[in-house]
Write a protein that binds this ligand. Structure first.
Ligand SMILES: [Zn+2]
Length: 186
């Protein structure tokens, strides 16, 4: 159950927060690797703020002070960004990432593309690929910028990346979506 809006939801739809560090602090655990007690909330600023107002963290972790909801949201957003980066690196390492406009277009036409990442600062490329990208529907997302997308390929700039493995694509899309949702300050 979400500690903010109190709605029931699947575990993977929720962000788990745990108590960690010294002195102990409430931290997001986006990969669900932390042990011990956890508080689950929807990965959005609204539910985090509601959970803080309801003193959900203080009660669960026996704290005298609630964490700062904004800080927790920023932190979770950064964690999801790093997770997305890690997944992109994994796709590159395992040969499931295609770059280069022609090759990307070919992969789309061959129905091999599970997720298309477009750099936020490459609007022109986006326009040129639109005909092909439209077929991908919601599997086409704006993510990072040309510098960020280039990094895992060891290039200064990459505008578009096609991910051809479904499991990496699914997790990457979710992490990227949550990172941008949480980054939007209310
Ligand atoms: Zn919620």
């Amino acid at each position: 159950m979400c500690a903010g809006c109190r709605r029931r939801d699947e575990q993977r739809a929720l962000l788990r927060c745990v108590l960690a560090g010294d002195p102990p602090a409430v931290v997001p655990d986006v990969r669900r690797r932390g042990g011990g007690r956890g508080v689950s909330v929807h990965p959005c600023r609204e539910c985090l703020a509601k959970a803080v107002r309801a003193r959900a963290f203080g009660r669960a972790f026996r704290l005298s002070r609630e964490p700062n909801a904004e800080e927790l949201a920023d932190w979770a957003s950064q964690q999801y960004s790093r997770r997305a980066e890690g997944l992109l690196e994994a796709a590159v390492r395992s040969g499931h990432a295609v770059i280069g406009e022609e090759r990307v277009r070919e992969a789309i036409d061959a129905r091999r593309v599970q997720l298309l990442l477009l750099a936020g600062d490459a609007a022109e490329r986006r326009h040129r690929l639109l005909g092909s990208a439209e077929r991908l529907g919601d599997r086409c997302v704006i993510h990072s910028d040309t510098t960020g997308l280039g990094k895992p390929f060891g290039r200064p700039s990459v505008a578009v990346v096609a991910i051809t493995e479904s499991e990496i694509a699914r997790e990457l899309q979710q992490a990227a979506h949550r990172a941008s949702e949480l980054a939007e300050a209310s």
